[in-house]
Ligand binder design. Structure first.
Ligand SMILES: *[C@@H]1O[C@H](CO)[C@@H](O)[C@H](O)[C@H]1NC(C)=O
Length: 361
């Protein structure tokens, strides 16, 4: 009798522990739209319980609903070491994935050959925290109502072929910490209310075709440490308020069509990695260097800067790599320990700079 109770109980537990058939069916539809010829990562996707030993799949321990899909084409996993190669996959990301209502993270990264669009229905997965589709051949646009994902912390679709504009709803991603849209074909302007992304710490948008000016609202993002807008088609001036941001450490605006002068605030800011190279920046270099000026990189090359190198630059705490070449600077290069180590190439192709490390005045 008691044996029977144990048997029935364990049967019930066993059933409760398996993934729901609907989740299993959704995974199998997702798999059916993909083709992975070299590693056999989907060979483990057999049996009734998709929560058990299905490569890259994990379930919530209580609800037994599928919570994470983590498929990376570049990984230390033994499956890659045995095959002695990185992953390659073709096919598309099926909208069947959206039937996994409790999905919290979807990583399908660095498979190089997955094409088609980002399923628009992903925007209706209320528990989604991580969406990482970097390194594929995805085309089409970012889903228009992506902003519905109030729990999303990571949005990474870098290194794909995404076109269209940044949807206006994107600024509604109130939990977003990491935005990576690098190296796509995104056009149109940045949303003016970009500063609504209050949790953002990294915003990487380089290598697109983004136009218009840099929204001043960005400077309201208290936690933003890394802003990369390089290699786009941005114009207008640099908002001076960027220099007032408390933790902004990297500011890459190089390779755009930015004009106007360098805001003095940027020279005396938390920014330590500043690349403004290859723009149309005019005026003089602000003479406001001081103890707060600490630069591992200060690249102002290929602009239209005039006048002398300011004397205050000798008061900077540190300047690692500096490039002022290809401007119209003139006058004596100040002497000073922060940049004693710089070579002539840092100062080349100007109008009339002189003194060490160039020839004497
Ligand atoms: C700054 O940007 C330019 C243009 O994109 C690039 O060539 C250069 O290597 C960058 N400078 C540094 C120090 O990374």
């Amino acid at each position: 009798m008691s044996l029977r109770v144990i048997f029935v109980t364990s049967l019930l537990l066993g059933l409760a522990a398996a993934c729901p058939p609907s989740d299993r069916a959704a995974l199998l539809s997702f798999r059916a739209a993909l083709h992975e010829p070299y590693l056999g990562i989907f060979n483990s996707w057999t049996g009734a319980d998709c929560c058990r030993n299905w490569y890259g799949v994990s379930c919530d321990p209580e609800s037994r609903r599928v919570a994470d899909i983590n498929l990376r084409g570049e990984s230390e996993d033994p499956i890659f070491q045995r095959a002695k190669r990185t992953g390659y996959m073709t096919g598309t990301i099926s909208s069947a994935i959206c039937r996994l209502e409790r999905l919290s993270s979807l990583t399908v990264a660095d498979w190089k050959g997955i094409s088609g669009e980002i399923p628009a229905c992903l925007a209706s997965l209320p528990y989604l925290r991580i969406l990482d589709l970097i390194g594929n051949r995805l085309s089409g646009e970012i889903p228009a109502d992506i902003g519905r994902l109030k729990r999303l912390t990571v949005l990474n679709v870098a290194d794909n072929m995404i076109t269209g504009r940044i949807p206006s709803s994107l600024t509604g991603l109130s939990s977003l910490m990491h935005l990576d849209l690098r190296n796509n074909r995104i056009s149109g302007p940045l949303p003016q209310d970009f500063g609504m992304l209050r949790m953002l710490s990294r915003a990487l948008l380089s290598g697109n075709q983004i136009t218009g000016s840099i929204p001043a609202s960005i400077s309201q993002i208290y936690r933003l440490a890394d802003l990369d807008l390089s290699s786009n088609r941005l114009s207008g001036q640099i908002p001076p308020s960027l220099g007032k941001m408390p933790v902004l450490a990297t500011l890459n605006l190089d390779f755009n069509q930015i004009s106007g002068a360098i805001p003095a605030s940027l020279i005396n800011s938390a920014v330590s990695n500043l690349n403004l190279s290859r723009n149309s920046i005019q005026g003089t270099i602000p003479d406001v260097f001081g103890p707060r000026s600490y630069f591992t990189v200060l690249d102002l090359s290929y602009n239209n800067l005039r006048g002398p190198i300011p004397k205050s630059i000798s008061a900077a705490t540190y300047i690692g790599h500096m490039d002022l070449s290809h401007n119209h600077l003139c006058g004596r290069i100040p002497a000073g320990s922060p940049f004693d180590h710089l070579e002539a190439s840092s100062f080349g192709y100007n109008d009339c700079l002189c003194g060490k490390p160039l020839k004497a005045c």
